[in-house]
Design a protein around this ligand. Structure first.
Ligand code: HEM
Length: 406
């Protein structure tokens, strides 16, 4: 059963991150709350908090004593007896708490080392170029559907050693985990059927890798050890799910949002063409301004924050994109300053869970934008109203029809 969510009428007392107004444009909502009610509360999803200033988002992200990562997607279903309990959680390390978190994170570090990521750049560039070749001769292309979404899908499928023909299924998994699943009741059969389907899919990949080990992340996880023992099956499967969800939707959203921005700003397109040396700054600024990921925590121990009493079991959204637009932390916070030099943004999170894939994400985003701009130095939205956005905690455009001029 899908839980119906009535439209929001008061963002300070009844906010809902799945509301169409939030989906379309959450920035004015956060901006208003920062001034009037920086720690908002809503009864939705069984009780949820929303800090909107950089200070509060940061305070909570660093506080692993009062907040647990056991559940990081605000949903109608709370973690139940079937879920792996803290400190491991269902998708380590993102769902793990200290001290286990550090062990689970350390296992993954070598797979995301700068040298490993650098080695993926040529194939990513070739992929982008091939995707653009396929669009040859068209005046209108969809920058999200025809381009952005395929880049991380292919990169992550290769990294995990999964068949690239299963790309549609990966999209379905992501949609279920991040979008559709959040409004389904805990005992919804469809939810459980889908979860069993994902588990069976990952189990098949694990078995295939046991039979035929290769140089990829799945074989790497199967060989990894914790305290001299192989990882338990649920740990391997949970990490695979995490890499799939965290590695695809996020980067696809960041690439899409960047192209969407450039389609509306001729002066920024020109700046990138005329001053390619600012690309690294531009990538950071686009990540700051359109950070796709809002995380969540659960209150582990009652605590008072900003004069409000939070109770064990309450959800807390951590809107890193709102922290990135806080004028108390950034000058010209709502403006995209493409060559901004000092940019301590939190698009990749803050604290112990800071994104492990940030080098990979930056590489993909840089290559995707460079190749797009090389092919299409000039382009514009066909119709701003035709752009559609994802719902929930990972925000990015899902359809961006643009008119291109080569
Ligand atoms: C633009 C793209 C991306 C953004 C904006 C992003 C954002 C984030 C954020 C905000 C967190 C912190 C979570 C928290 O505080 O609970 C995180 C964690 C994580 N991300 Fe990313 N991410 C991106 C791409 C990737 C990629 C490409 C991968 C890997 C393939 C990845 C893997 C991870 C992992 C494994 C964690 C968990 C780290 C931990 O718990 O210690 N991410 N990411």
């Amino acid at each position: 059963m899908t839980i119906e969510h009535p439209p929001v009428t008061d963002w300070a007392t009844d906010f809902d991150h799945t509301d169409p107004a939030w989906q379309r444009d959450p920035y004015p909502i956060w901006s208003e709350l920062r001034g009037s009610c920086p720690m908002a509360h809503s009864e939705r999803f069984g009780g949820t908090w929303l800090p909107t200033t950089h200070e509060l988002v940061s305070q909570i992200a660093y506080d692993t004593e009062h907040f647990t990562s056991r559940a990081v997607v605000v949903s109608e279903a709370r973690p139940g007896p079937d879920d792996l309990p803290a400190p491991i959680g269902g998708a380590p390390p993102i769902t793990s708490d200290p001290p286990f978190h550090n062990l689970a994170r350390r296992i993954l570090l070598p797979a995301f080392a700068p040298k490993k990521i650098e080695a993926l750049e040529p194939s990513t560039r070739a992929l982008c170029s091939e995707l653009l070749d396929r669009l040859e001769g068209r005046d209108v292309v969809d920058a999200a559907v025809d381009y952005a979404q395929h880049i991380p899908l292919m990169v992550i499928a290769n990294m995990l050693g999964f068949p690239s023909e299963d790309a549609d299924y990966f999209r379905q998994i992501i949609h279920q985990v991040i979008e559709e699943g959040v409004n389904l009741a805990a005992d919804d059969e469809h939810r459980r059927d889908q979860e069993l389907g994902f588990e069976a899919y990952f189990d098949r990949q694990i078995e295939d890798h046991r039979q035929h080990p290769r140089d990829d992340l799945t074989s790497f996880l199967l060989n990894a050890e914790l305290d001299g023992q192989p990882l338990i099956h649920e740990h391997v499967r949970g990490t695979m799910l995490l890499i799939l969800v965290a590695g695809i939707d996020t980067t696809w959203s960041a690439i899409g949002a960047s192209i969407w921005h450039l389609a509306q700003h001729a002066e920024h397109r020109r700046q990138l063409v005329e001053q390619p040396e600012i690309v690294p700054f531009a990538i950071e600024e686009l990540l700051r301004a359109y950070a796709p990921v809002t995380m969540a925590r659960m209150v582990a121990k009652d605590v008072e924050i900003a004069g409000r009493q939070l109770h064990e079991g309450d959800w807390v959204l951590l809107p890193f994109p709102s922290a990135n637009r806080d004028p108390a932390f950034f000058e010209r916070a709502d403006e995209v300053v493409l060559d901004r030099e000092v940019n301590r943004h939190s698009a990749f999170g803050l604290g112990i869970h800071r994104c492990l894939g940030s080098n990979l994400a930056r590489m993909e985003l840089t290559v995707a934008i460079e190749e797009w701009m090389r092919r299409y130095p000039d382009f514009e939205l066909v119709d701003p109203a035709a752009v559609t956005w994802s719902t929930g905690q990972v925000r990015g455009p899902r359809s961006i029809p643009v008119r291109v001029r080569t």
